[in-house]
Design a protein around this ligand. Structure first.
Ligand SMILES: NC(=O)c1ccc[n+]([C@@H]2O[C@H](COP(=O)([O-])OP(=O)(O)OC[C@H]3O[C@@H](n4cnc5c(N)ncnc54)[C@H](OP(=O)(O)O)[C@@H]3O)[C@@H](O)[C@H]2O)c1
Length: 277
């Protein structure tokens, strides 16, 4: 599978797994755990979660899913902005580690910009990294100006990603943020790559899917995967969707497909506000 490379030289598959809104109980929870495990079997080793998801319940699901397989996983979690202070982030990270049943988070992100001074957050990230509790750190939902401010703060040059909304119908980051990250060899994490399902009803996508004997979801993911330096994290709470999503990594879109997609989902013509969920 195509890979992205972090500044540490660590390489991970460009197709990972999201976990927001996974079912927190009953058959749905069991299905979500099976889906995550199948994703690992199929090489989708990046698992993205956050303390926010189910207020910790989703980190517990992830902890259960990766039990006994920790070394196969590149684990990403995020702290709330209100927990990004020196004292509270250490506590938040400790809670996340416990729920995730691990001693380290591969990549720990600030979930979105908040009111804690970024210098304090960065300093705390560095402390957690020194202690080995996180192996790398980064940000989420920062626009091009925001990431530049972080980058120029003390410790800001240590961030390794920005996780942002990026899919066929939300292409704004292609104007500024994605080129900025590429220049510095920072992979961009694309969240909501399937538009939470809404995108999949688009007729242009359906037409291209037929040509590849594929599904609209697979084409939406293949489009992100053909872009260098982009790591897509679709969430799938059932094994059939995981199987389908994994196959997207084997689809090679043609120049004609890409032109049709540009026509249906035009690239940005100028700077604009960062789309967020
Ligand atoms: N940093 C942030 O602020 C932020 C914000 C949003 C999301 N995220 C991360 O990004 C991940 C992905 O984004 P998302 O969960 O918002 O949306 P998404 O991945 O675009 O869409 C998820 C939805 O698509 C469905 N789906 C998955 N595979 C499918 C397939 N092959 N065919 C049809 N439907 C399919 C899922 O259904 P089933 O579950 O039933 O399989 C689910 O309803 C999140 O889970 C989270 O980890 C981060």
């Amino acid at each position: 599978m195509k890979r992205v490379t972090f500044p540490s030289a660590k390489q991970v598959p460009a197709l990972g797994q999201g976990t927001w809104q996974m079912a927190e109980s009953g058959a749905g929870r069991r299905a979500a755990i099976a889906a995550l495990r199948l994703g690992l079997d199929l090489g989708m080793s990046v698992i993205d979660t956050a303390e926010m998801y189910g207020e910790g319940a989703v980190e517990e699901i992830v902890g259960e899913a990766i039990e006994g397989r920790r070394d196969e996983v590149f684990l990403v979690s995020k702290c709330y902005p209100q927990n990004a202070s020196r004292k509270r982030m250490v506590e938040a990270c400790t809670r996340s580690l416990k729920r995730l049943r691990t001693d380290r988070i591969d990549l720990y992100l600030l979930h979105w910009p908040g009111s804690v001074p970024i210098e304090e957050t960065l300093d705390t990230f560095m402390r957690l990294k020194d202690e080995g509790r996180i192996l790398d750190y980064g940000i989420s939902n920062f626009d091009a100006r925001g990431i530049q401010r972080v980058w120029s703060a003390a410790g800001g040059g240590g961030i390794v990603t920005d996780q942002v909304l990026f899919n066929l119908s939300e292409r704004g980051v292609e104007w500024d943020l994605l080129p900025w990250c590429r220049k510095r060899n920072l992979p961009l994490m694309a969240y909501t790559p399937l538009g939470q399902g809404a995108l999949l009803r688009d007729p242009a996508l359906a037409k291209i899917a037929v040509r590849h004997d594929a599904t609209p979801a697979q084409i939406a993911l293949a489009w992100l995967l053909h872009k260098d330096g982009v790591l897509a994290i679709p969430k799938a709470g059932r094994v059939a969707h995981v199987q389908e999503n994994r196959k997207a990594a084997d689809i090679a879109l043609t120049p004609a497909d890409l032109a049709e997609l540009d026509n249906a989902f035009p690239p940005p013509a100028g700077p604009g506000p960062l789309a967020i969920l």
